[in-house]
Ligand binder design. Structure first.
Ligand SMILES: [Zn+2]
Length: 281
């Protein structure tokens, strides 16, 4: 059986002499791995490879062998979207690698059966992982877009992109902190000042936190709902308080996802590019 699918290339490795073993994040939020024969390009016509990380592909896949239905064969793939600028900008490419590695670690694997095939063809997502593809495609697209906008409009703040990606990812997976009420006394927070306590997984009201909350400590309480509700174009237009607590955000993410910084190959790259937890102190 052949399936028509669309997905973002989140990992790739050479396979034999001219082939590529590539992993795709499908629209369903699941991942599959396929062999792309001739995917490295070259050959008599010196074809360039179109299998760049972060590209959006349309392809037909078939199960490679009856017993190995976690490995597919890719037929007739074509590129629906490709970045042009971001892969030539080293810090942006490091951030892309971080996005893709995190998605590969978190997205569930598509396991073949007839029902899965039908659902996948229809791009149906499981409830739990519904938002994963949307978060991924928007995040990658937005770094590319940022490179295409005049510098004076937004600048290129990759720390901002990093934080928004993690914020939206945490929401998509249902792991965002509860920002509606105080995590100690349960009082509705509304627009009252609140302090984010990453270790508590929520926000504390001024009474419980026991200090006067100033605008800086309060910024997270305003950021989370924005990350959940607003799309990138609206977020970019806003005067956004930048995360002063990047370390707390990354610790919270690692705690919720059960990933560790040491397990991610892209983490040292990210730090070397000056992006991530130590931004702005
Ligand atoms: Zn309270």
């Amino acid at each position: 059986m052949q399936l028509k699918v669309e997905g973002i290339l989140i990992a790739k490795a050479p396979w034999r002499e001219r082939d590529v073993r590539g992993t795709l994040l499908l629209r369903s939020g699941q991942q599959i791995t396929a062999i792309f024969y001739g995917g490295q390009g070259g050959g008599a016509q010196q074809k360039a490879s179109t299998l760049e990380l972060g590209n959006m592909l349309h392809l037909e896949i078939s199960a490679k062998g009856a017993a190995t239905q976690d490995l597919w064969t890719a037929h007739e793939w074509k590129v629906l979207w490709a970045s042009e600028k971001l892969r030539h900008h080293w810090p942006s490419f490091c951030l892309l690698c971080f996005y893709l590695e995190v998605l590969k670690a978190l997205a569930p694997k598509g396991v073949w059966d007839e029902a899965w095939g039908t659902a996948t063809q229809q791009n149906a997502a499981t409830e739990e992982f519904k938002g994963l593809f949307t978060v991924a495609s928007n995040a990658v697209f937005q770094i590319e877009e940022a490179h295409r906008r005049p510098q004076e409009v937004t600048g290129l703040d990759l720390n901002w992109h990093w934080a928004v990606f993690l914020g939206k990812l945490l929401f998509a997976l249902g792991w965002a902190p509860c920002f509606g009420q105080c995590c100690f006394c349960g009082q509705a927070l509304g627009h009252h000042p609140a302090r984010w306590l990453a270790a508590e997984g929520g926000f504390a009201c001024a009474n419980c936190f026991g200090q006067n909350l100033d605008a800086a400590t309060d910024s997270w309480h305003q950021l989370w709902p924005l990350w959940a509700k607003e799309k990138y174009p609206a977020l970019i237009q806003m005067v956004h308080p930048l995360p002063a607590q990047g370390l707390a955000l990354s610790e919270y993410f690692f705690y919720q996802s059960s990933l560790t910084a040491a397990s991610l190959k892209s983490w040292p790259l990210l730090l070397a590019a000056g992006i991530g937890p130590h931004c702005r102190g």
